[in-house]
Structure formats: structure tokens, C-alpha cells
Design a protein. Sequence first.
Length: 212
Amino acid sequence: MTTLDDIAQAAAPHHLATFGMVTGAETPEGMSSLVLLGPKEPGFWPAFTASPEYADTAPDAMDRWSSRVIGGLARDLDGTAFFPFGGPPFQPFVTWARASGRAHQSPVGLLVHDTAGLMISYRGALGFGHIIDAPAPPPNPCDSCATRPCLTACPVDAFATGTYDIATCKADLDRPENDCMSKGCAVRRACPVSQSYGRLDNQSAFHMRAFK
């Protein structure tokens, strides 16, 4: 049967990493294990921009890349692919992320991951009909973060109320002093775990353009 190491080895050439695993009641119907996949850094952005999906300039390049690559992994590993796009209805990736024990609610409310920090993103997941063994998840990185720079990093305090004020955030993105469009969200960048993740500014800018 497929193991977590099998999945990690198959995903690595595509610069994807296993970002957590879910078992039990939170898995989709018919699945006993669900393995979440996200960008493996450094290296994901150069790999993606060398892909045919990025080169053809058609819409939704990263979603199409994810469908091809993770769909291929599902076929090769005898699993089932799930994606955070393509709805409605949408798959409950936030619920799955929390259930994995490797993503937690940060002080600003965004999910924080033990490896990717606030730069966490999921490109898809692989479901299997058998239980896959996995090590215990590491602790919430926010528990050992003394300074919590995420709380003061936003140039317009879009998280001041305890929830993300998207309208306030978007209204400030065109201001010359705001570098979130070119480098990614200042709050996400401030996280110490994010800073050790190796995500390139160009990748963050790509996602910010899609967000705006």
C-alpha cells in the first residue's frame, strides 16, 4: 500500500511537499487518509514557470498545472485527487488543514503552517482508501514566537478588528508606499517561519495579481 514516503518521493520532482495528513471523520466519503500537498520551497516557482500551463498565457495557469500534476500523481499512486478550486461547491481545505494538526490559526486569524508559515497554500490533496501512518505533527509555531510581528506588519491594519478586512486591504494596494503587490502580503512576509520558507517575490506577486 502507498506510504507517506511514497507520496513525498513522487511529489518531490514536481516541487510539491506533503503538508499534512487527515484521517478519520474529516476525510472525504470513501477515503481513509487524505494527504495535503503544497509548494516545496525553494524551487517551486522556477518549476512552475517552466511548465506548459504558464507558457500558454491562458487563464488559471496554476490551477491547470495543479490538475495535471496532482491528477497524474493520483493515477500513479492509486489515489484520488482533490483540489481547492473548481467549485462551487468547494472542498473544505481549511477544515482539512486544521484537522491535519500542521496548520493553526495565527494571531491575525490566517492559517499558519509549521513549514510554510503564513505563506501556506495548498495545491491539492490525495485521498486513499487505507490508513497511512504519519509522524505526530510539530507544535504550533506561534506558541514559541515571542514578538508576533504579524500583528503590526499590515500597512493599513486590515487585521485590527480580529478579522481580515479585505476591502481595506485592496483599497491600499495601489499606494506607492505599499509593496504588497510586488512582494506579497506584508503580514505573511513578517512571519519568521515564512521568512525561512524560501518563497520568491515573483510567486507572491503572481498570487497578489490574482487576488486583486
